[in-house]
Design a protein around this ligand. Sequence first.
Ligand code: SME
Length: 161
Amino acid sequence: MEASFKQTTTNKEERYHLFLPQFELLISDEQEEISVLANAAASLREAFDFFWVGFYIIKNEQLILGPFQGSVACYRIRKGKGVCGTAWAEGRTLVVPDVDQFPGHIACSSLSRSEIVVPIIANGEVKGVLDIDSDQLNSFEETDRFYLEQVAAIIAKTLYK
Ligand code: SME
């Protein structure tokens, strides 16, 4: 397979527009969870140069660290804990402009400043979360939520239909 997700445009919306169809092509023919999530993390990192991007998957009523790109991270997060566990408990995307202002934020890296967590939902059930961290404040907003929820929907359709 030869696929480059590197992008030249700096416009965020344009980047997501170019990314989505390429991403769907990349993952839609494979159902192996670890492999699909690994390529998802790698393609997101390549396209957007995120500081940390990866997945936590629900197993035995906990979020367990899945494939990611970036520095080492904590293995397990309980429901309702941190940004990831709260997004799971509430079944909705959380955009955190400043992680120091989020009560209970779990700091896997002291360099992380802002974060977005998007639940992956199939048949009304949260299967895991897509977690993206930035080393800058205010990195994520409505545009990211809108498009990353589409990324999560493509993953849900591919893996958990
Ligand atoms: N900050 C997350 C923990 C995961 S790391 O960012 C990779 C949280 O508060 O849930």
